[in-house]
Design a protein around this ligand. Structure first.
Ligand code: ATP
Ligand code: PRP
Length: 214
């Protein structure tokens, strides 16, 4: 039997739908009445673990799950030792630099040295500004990052943008995109090479699903 790490939150519904399309039924995780964090699929071929999105690659890296579904943003930020297998196309968002609409900054090249940048994605932000050769102070926050420029804790932010609604409703404007992200299928490298639990079968079916959905 293989174990699949499934992300709670925004990616959950699409992940469950995809797994169902390849014959693995974890719909019980969508049942608001349950607190179960581990389910065995009716076919007995796979176990699902319901974990925080950020933790999916941790389970896969350590081999407790052979497969996982996670945003590319998390893979870029954490750089876990996992195999990136399939772009699953759902969960689109981008990691962007944003500032107050009322500021004069309209590109990263306008930002002054030593500017304070609040972010939940500290590694991605640090790499980005290092590549621009711009020394900045990164302020780590774990949510509601848009409050950075509003409160004055920072002048800019690096954060996830999807619809753009949160930026707009908080008087901020996106000035650069670091990268775009969609959900990815990842695997424990050794299990993938050994085809543990015949996981190659599920992977081929998911690849096929992606071809059909384009
Ligand atoms: N508007 C969005 N906000 C956050 N994540 C988004 C958004 N749109 C798509 N995503 C994708 O969904 C993934 C999971 O987001 P979700 O908000 O469920 O988890 P999270 O940000 O890690 O939250 P938590 O800290 O509550 O676990 C992100 O890593 C990203 O790839
Ligand atoms: O462009 P939008 O569609 O408005 O989405 C972007 C928002 O969604 C994410 O926050 P999340 O809901 O994950 O909460 P958080 O602030 O706790 O990270 C992200 O950090 C933005 O705040």
């Amino acid at each position: 039997m293989i174990t699949v790490a499934i992300p709670k939150g925004g990616l959950l519904k699409d992940s469950i739908r995809l797994l169902q399309s390849v014959g693995l039924d974890f719909r019980a995780f969508l049942d608001s009445g349950t607190r179960q964090l581990q389910i065995i699929d009716a076919s007995g071929r796979a176990k699902g673990l319901l974990v925080r999105a950020q933790d999916v690659p941790v389970y896969v890296d350590y081999g407790q799950a052979q497969l996982g579904i996670v945003g590319y943003d998390v893979l870029r930020e954490k750089k876990p030792n996992v195999a990136h297998l399939v772009d699953l196309k759902f969960g689109y968002c981008r990691l962007s630099v944003a500032v107050k609409e009322s500021s004069s900054y309209r590109s990263s090249l306008d930002l002054p040295a030593q500017i304070r940048i609040a972010s939940k994605y500290v590694n991605s932000a640090r790499d980005y500004f290092q590549n621009l050769d711009l020394p900045v102070e990164i302020i780590p926050l774990s949510g509601s990052v848009e409050l950075g420029p509003i409160t004055g804790i920072s002048e800019a932010i690096v954060d996830i943008v999807s619809t753009g609604r949160t930026l707009k409703e908080n008087g901020l404007i996106e000035i650069e995109t670091l990268y775009e992200s969609t959900a990815r299928l990842i695997a424990h490298p050794l299990s993938y090479r050994l085809n543990t639990g015949n996981m190659g079968d599920f992977i081929s079916k998911m690849r096929q699903e992606m071809v059909v959905s384009i």
